[in-house]
Design a protein around this ligand. Structure first.
Ligand SMILES: Cc1ncc(COP(=O)(O)O)c(C=O)c1O
Length: 447
């Protein structure tokens, strides 16, 4: 069993190629050699050479069951044959026409067919661009400036989207309040100062690490209407991961605007803003100059992206990939929670197709494992648990399982029951090692 210092030594020994690349990268990329904060790990994350289905391989030939899944973009798994074929064919025909083309119309029509609130569609390069544009639209439509957002909701790194208090951010028109408190929302909206209420779909922080009360969400549409604020639902992760109609179809709500990204591009970079035709009229060049946004963006709806997006969205339409990912997530949670309980570890796997691991006090037993065993946001987001998650992540990597350092597992339709079984073996073995080496922490032992 790998424990203590041995783990890091063994990891370095089995990842010499990655170590070499990390040392090169550290001279160039200021984030300790990484190009995204989620790819930072001590000593380093593996350098990947190729991926297929649910698996990926590193430069040293180590194989991983992948639960990063393109940061949530790959609900079909790596290199789905339909997407690969579409992209290869399109590559030969042209990556960027700098002109209009049928594929952008087809992709937009596919989105509209799945999400009925999408009267109009606009494309961007990524999810946060769509969020930034949604705020601008709300401002023009309402003539107001302020943005209301909820704590722990994630929308991107740009000024008005970043976590409250992030260094260097200018967001003096943004107010961040706790969620699940309708009185507080109404108190703010009643001031009639807010252009936009921005809400993360699926709950806060990557598809519901902190769950949102569904009755609370369902009340937001009427409340925003009552006070003339545009309600923007950020479905960058959940559309079309949770269902063909997005999370909004699961909870039965209709926002004014929805932002999309990730899965919509089938693995290629995309952002989309969809919603009410009257609000999106600002893109019409015939709108009065003070109500018009000249929408630019080199990569908007590139033919290559659209070819991948069409192939993927055609598969999402029937709901099969989403169903399969959900069933596998159920199986992962069920087996993983047994492992935790058998070891008297105070923690639970929960949520939907992005499975989060909560480590901390069990305040109550939820009726099903879509919910964490506490309602206390501070406990769910407890920063003192981060070293424990990081250690578990390294143990899992050494055992061929790639997860996010913060402890969540993104399922896809390409995963199998066997993948989950193998993951559970590695999960239990890692937890045993951590119990042995004392890195799980006393607080996490029930007895
Ligand atoms: C809910 C949510 N919104 C927006 C974004 C930003 O999307 P992108 O990274 O494509 O800009 C993310 C990224 O993970 C996200 O999780």
């Amino acid at each position: 069993m790998l424990t203590g210092k041995d783990l890091v030594e063994e990891y370095r020994r089995t990842h010499p190629g990655s170590q070499r690349l990390h040392e090169r990268a550290a001279k160039t990329f200021a984030a300790n050699g990484a190009t995204h904060i989620a790819r930072v790990l001590d000593p380093f994350r593996p350098y990947i050479t190729h991926a297929q289905g649910s698996r990926k391989w590193d430069i040293d030939g180590n194989e991983y069951i992948d639960y990063i899944m393109g940061h949530g973009a790959l609900i079909l798994g790596h290199s789905h044959p339909a997407v690969v074929q579409a992209v290869q064919e399109q590559m030969a025909k042209g990556v960027h026409y700098g002109g209009n083309h049928e594929l952008e119309v087809e992709l937009a029509e596919l989105i509209k067919s799945m999400m009925p609130m999408a009267e109009r569609v606009a494309f961007f390069s990524c999810g946060q661009e769509a969020n930034m544009m949604a705020i601008r639209l709300g401002r023009i439509f309402t003539g107001r400036k302020k943005v209301l957002r909820f704590q722990e909701n994630f929308h991107g790194w740009a000024d008005e989207l970043a976590h409250e208090g992030s260094a260097g951010v200018v967001a003096d028109k943004v107010n961040v309040i706790p969620f699940n408190d309708l009185n507080k929302v109404e108190e703010e909206l009643a001031k009639k100062e807010y252009a936009v209420l921005l809400t993360e779909g699926g709950g806060a922080y990557v598809n519901g690490r902190v769950p949102i009360d569904l009755d609370f969400v369902r009340a937001l549409s009427d409340l925003t209407k009552k006070y003339g604020t545009v309600w923007v639902l950020d479905e960058v992760v959940t559309g079309f991961r949770d269902a063909p109609g997005g999370w909004q179809s699961v909870v039965d709500v209709k926002p004014d605007l929805t932002t999309l990204g990730k899965c919509v591009g089938g693995g290629l970079p995309v952002g989309a803003l969809v919603g009410r035709a009257d609000i999106m009229e600002v893109f019409n060049p015939e709108s009065p100059p003070d109500r018009h946004i000249p929408h630019t963006g080199t990569w908007n709806a590139s033919p290559l992206l659209c070819s991948a997006g069409i192939a993927a969205c055609k598969l999402y339409q029937g709901g099969e990939p989403q169903k399969k990912a959900r069933q596998l997530a159920d199986y992962l949670r069920e087996r993983g929670n047994k492992v935790l309980k058998e070891r008297d570890i105070s923690g639970r796997l929960y949520s939907r197709t992005v499975v989060h691991l909560y480590l901390g006090p069990i305040d109550y037993e939820p009726s099903d494992d879509t919910m964490p065993p506490t309602k206390d946001i501070k406990k769910i987001m407890d920063p003192t648990m981060e070293p424990v998650h990081t250690r578990l992540c390294l143990h899992l990597l050494q055992r061929g399982i790639a997860i996010f350092t913060k402890g969540f597992y993104i399922l896809s339709a390409a995963h199998t029951m066997e993948d989950v079984d193998q993951t559970i073996d590695a999960f239990s073995d890692s937890l045993d090692a951590m119990l042995n080496e004392g890195t799980l922490g006393q607080a996490l032992r029930v007895r």
